[in-house]
Design a protein around this ligand. Structure first.
Ligand SMILES: *[C@@H]1O[C@H](CO)[C@@H](O)[C@H](O)[C@H]1NC(C)=O
Ligand SMILES: *[C@@H]1O[C@H](CO)[C@@H](O)[C@H](O)[C@H]1NC(C)=O
Ligand SMILES: *[C@@H]1O[C@H](CO)[C@@H](O)[C@H](O)[C@H]1NC(C)=O
Ligand SMILES: *[C@@H]1O[C@H](CO)[C@@H](O)[C@H](O)[C@H]1NC(C)=O
Ligand SMILES: *[C@@H]1O[C@H](CO)[C@@H](O)[C@H](O)[C@H]1NC(C)=O
Length: 228
């Protein structure tokens, strides 16, 4: 058997093993980083928020997701304690508050970790790494949606915006990629409630968000007349 043939066979075997390992361990293709506009999130809740919301987009969650939309849920049931995250607690409370109940931030973080974060292995190594990754994205990598909008002179002043204005502003903050917007009907107006930024499965670069709320869905944003 010639050397070329050996090299060929070894290469093929190696590729096959890599293929099997990668397809059997990873159930996600990309990540959704979803941030909620606090006043709108409070409006969406059947019970009013106990504390007044800030006019800020803060983290809802970082969700490993599939192109084929198959469900990825509840990959763990382990809770972190305040002791384990004491070094990052202050930052987490700032960027990822439980706006519905500010006395129980930890419950919110643990729900997000167990329901979504733990499904992101191996990009997300463990619970602590999940929380650190979100801090890095929001603060260090400047994925703060309030800040991205503000840089384009879109402030939360209760004015009416077009979908294009908002999307174009966000695109500037994420290398031209397409975000996903979520709206909801307020008593009189349709308001912006969430913005999702999408990244590849290694969290290395932004991608166009593959899924949008379809026309007719109650969360679809209108072309014009979005309250923010
Ligand atoms: C959906 O995609 C993921 C990731 O590529 C894959 O692991 C999963 O088997 C797919 N599910 C279906 C139902 O096709
Ligand atoms: C995930 O866990 C939550 C809370 O325990 C539960 O309400 C939900 O039904 C579970 N979802 C799936 C798909 O198992
Ligand atoms: C995690 O905390 C929730 C409420 O905070 C509790 O209901 C649940 O039993 C805890 N799970 C574990 C595994 O400790
Ligand atoms: C996010 O951006 C807003 C608007 O610029 C700013 O007020 C807020 O402090 C920022 N949050 C963090 C944690 O940097
Ligand atoms: C949804 O509506 C918009 C605006 O009316 C239109 O441009 C777009 O093509 C529609 N999308 C689908 C999938 O029907």
């Amino acid at each position: 058997m010639g050397t070329t043939r050996m090299v060929y066979i070894v290469t093929m075997l190696f590729s096959l093993i890599v293929l099997i390992l990668s397809s059997s361990t990873v159930g996600y293709d990309y990540f959704q980083f979803t941030q909620q506009y606090q006043p709108a999130a409070c409006n969406s809740n059947p019970t009013p928020c106990k504390d007044p919301p800030d006019k800020l987009f803060t983290v809802h969650g970082l969700w490993p997701s599939n192109m084929n939309r198959s469900e990825l849920f509840n990959c763990s049931s382990s809770n972190v304690t305040y002791a384990k995250i004491q070094n990052i607690r202050t930052q987490l409370e700032m960027i990822w508050p439980n706006v519905f109940n500010r006395k129980n931030h930890l419950g919110f973080w643990n729900r997000e970790w167990n329901k979504h974060g733990a499904c992101g292995y191996p990009t997300i190594r463990n619970d602590l790494h999940y929380f650190q990754t979100v801090i890095k994205m929001y603060i260090t990598q400047k994925q703060n949606v309030s800040d991205i909008l503000s840089k384009a002179k879109i402030e939360p002043d209760g004015n009416i915006r077009t979908q294009k204005e908002i999307v174009d502003a966000i695109r500037k903050g994420i290398h031209g990629k397409e975000p996903n917007l979520k709206c909801q009907k307020n008593t009189q107006m349709t308001e912006l409630v969430e913005v999702t930024l999408c990244s590849d499965g290694n969290l290395k670069q932004f991608i166009d968000c593959p899924h949008h709320f379809p026309n007719g869905s109650r969360h679809n944003c209108p072309t014009n007349h979005i309250l923010y």
